[in-house]
Design a protein around this ligand. Structure first.
Ligand SMILES: [Zn+2]
Length: 147
């Protein structure tokens, strides 16, 4: 690890220049610790906890495609497809040549699209029903007024 004070390579928690690197080392390796923690959660299929660890790792290492991909995977397992799509998309921005990632991203987008389509269909049907009811009401009112 490079000492932030003198830029020398320090082996232990104390640099030859006298700097105490204990806390710095902890911060330096925290994303790795969180990532490994997430892997353990995934092994136990604790997807929500894994997603939380990866979210924390990502805030410390926002340009790590590996963190983003694993985060997307964990989110997909929790059923948060929109979240998975979002993280996979961010990972794809970092590694645009990753074909497997691209295929997975498109698959997630397809699932999200289908979900949105069903939702909008449901909404359209709801609106159509509302308009039909309202029209029926005003027709009844007009008929009643003419009597
Ligand atoms: Zn130093």
């Amino acid at each position: 690890m490079k000492c932030p004070v003198c830029s020398r390579n320090a082996e232990g928690p104390k640099c030859p220049c006298g700097a105490d690197l204990h806390f710095y080392a902890q911060m330096h390796y925290l994303p790795d610790i969180l990532y490994n923690e997430a892997l353990l959660f995934i092994k136990r299929q604790e997807w929500q906890s894994a997603a939380q660890s990866l979210a924390a790792a990502w805030t410390l290492r926002p340009h790590d495609a590996g963190v983003l991909k694993l985060w997307a995977h964990a989110l997909q397992q929790t059923g948060d497809i929109e979240g998975a799509l979002d993280k996979a998309g961010l990972a794809l921005e970092i590694t645009p040549s990753d074909k497997a990632l691209e295929a997975w991203f498109e698959e997630l987008a397809q699932v999200c699209g289908d979900k949105m389509y069903r939702l909008s269909n449901k909404m359209a049907n709801g609106i159509a029903e509302y308009i039909r009811e309202a029209t029926l009401q005003s027709v009844k009112q007009i008929v009643a007024e003419r009597r």
